[in-house]
Ligand binder design. Structure first.
Ligand SMILES: *Cc1c(COP(=O)(O)O)cnc(C)c1O
Length: 387
């Protein structure tokens, strides 16, 4: 049995202390701690540039970004949004918080992303949007989804929380759809402790997102009018929210960007190590990124399809050795108490998602592991457990 510190499935990427302390000095000296301050605006530009998109709006977390993205589209109240059950709770919750109805459809066996043919079958007169997820950074079938959306006049919002810097055919994946949302939560590949962003190519929608993020307060080009009391009645038209990222989060993001490349290089080596050690083992399959896609290196998911041992046995065996893998995503969102009574949550409607959620296991995956012996121990424990 392995002794020593518990190993978690991930570890937040921590920036250099000197960088953080320098930014903290700047923030504390200026006295500007939130409300679109200098760190916020610089980080917003730096992150757009880094992700190679013209613009994006940063948020205090990914869930609020998702909620605000849906809100900005003004979808009819009670209308249906088609989504995947194989995701984190935030995805269907953002739909529900907008008084919209999640409709779950099945996923593809290979990519584990939403199945286009299942989307098409689920469309009714009440459908208003599709909310697919690039799960583990595997790209959804964006071309088919675009075709379906155009045919039926539906909006598309991608949950790209796992797809930070993922590219498809050399193009940032977050350029697809009406909008894409990112999460910068501490457990994600790139983090601002808590944080998120929306990428969107439509200028009017961008303006709306800017306003919704800040209580619906209009962009202040009419500040003089407001002061004069002339247009005060136009000051706020939409029911906005407080989704602003504060200066310290933004500074953390700027400093984290500086160590990002080192982390990715380490994760690439870790990926290669896991792959070489686990690929031959009967009963383990490692989902492969399509060739035209860059891996996001956010997770290391494997599928356990053995008649000799179950996923849960491997999970327990690792746990006995103080190593915490994740059954990510089990249970499915469609099995949560708040969703299981939906018609679309019926097990027969989601056979592939149910099968995958019984087989999936995410192994500990963060850069630091490659330079320790722990990763060899993880592999050895698994090999022993599998005999
Ligand atoms: C993490 C995550 C979110 C939510 O992001 P937060 O920043 O934690 O609010 C949304 N969707 C998916 C798929 C996620 O993994």
């Amino acid at each position: 049995m392995r002794m020593g510190n518990p190993i978690q499935v991930t570890k937040p990427l921590i920036p250099k202390k000197d960088d953080i302390f320098n930014y903290l000095h700047e923030i504390m000296d200026s006295g500007w701690v939130t409300n679109m301050g200098p760190q916020h605006n610089i980080f917003e530009r730096e992150i757009s540039k880094f992700l190679e998109v013209p613009d994006l709006k940063i948020f205090s977390n990914g869930t609020l970004a998702l909620i605000t993205a849906l809100k900005a589209l003004d979808l009819p109240e009670g209308s249906e949004v088609i989504t995947t059950p194989f995701t984190f709770a935030a995805t269907p919750h953002a739909i529900s918080w907008n008084k919209l109805k999640p409709v779950f459809v099945d996923i593809e066996e290979e990519s584990m992303t939403i199945s286009p043919s299942s989307i098409e079958r689920a469309i009714t007169g009440k459908t208003s949007a599709i909310l697919p997820v690039h799960v583990y950074g595997f790209p959804c079938d964006v071309t088919s989804i675009e075709r379906i959306a155009n045919t039926y006049g539906l909006k598309v919002i991608y949950d790209a929380a796992h797809a930070f810097s993922t590219k498809l055919d050399d193009r940032p994946i977050i350029e697809w759809g009406d909008m894409s949302i990112l999460s910068f939560h501490a457990t994600k590949l790139f983090n601002t402790i808590e944080g998120g962003a929306i990428c969107c190519k439509n200028d009017n929608l961008m303006k709306k997102l800017y306003e919704l993020r800040n209580f619906g307060i209009k962009e202040l080009d009419n500040l003089e009018d407001i002061k004069e009391g002339i247009k005060t009645k136009d000051y706020i038209d939409d029911i906005g929210i407080n989704g602003k990222m504060n200066e310290i989060q933004a500074a953390w993001g700027r400093a984290t960007l500086k160590v990002f490349h080192t982390e990715i290089e380490a994760r690439k080596r870790l990926y290669a190590f896991y792959f070489s050690q686990l690929k031959g083992i009967e009963g383990i399959s490692i989902p492969k990124m399509p060739v035209n896609t860059s891996n996001s290196f956010q997770y290391f998911p494997i599928l356990i399809k053995s008649s000799r041992f179950t996923r849960d046995e491997i999970y327990e065996e690792l746990k006995r050795n103080n190593i915490f893998s994740r059954k990510y995503f089990y249970p499915l969102c469609s099995d949560f108490g708040c969703y299981r009574d939906l018609e679309s949550s019926a097990r027969e409607n989601l056979p592939v998602a149910h099968k995958i959620s019984q087989q999936i296991l995410c192994l500990p995956f963060y850069g630091e592991l490659i330079d320790s012996d722990i990763v060899k121990e993880i592999v050895n424990i698994m090999k022993r457990g599998l005999r």
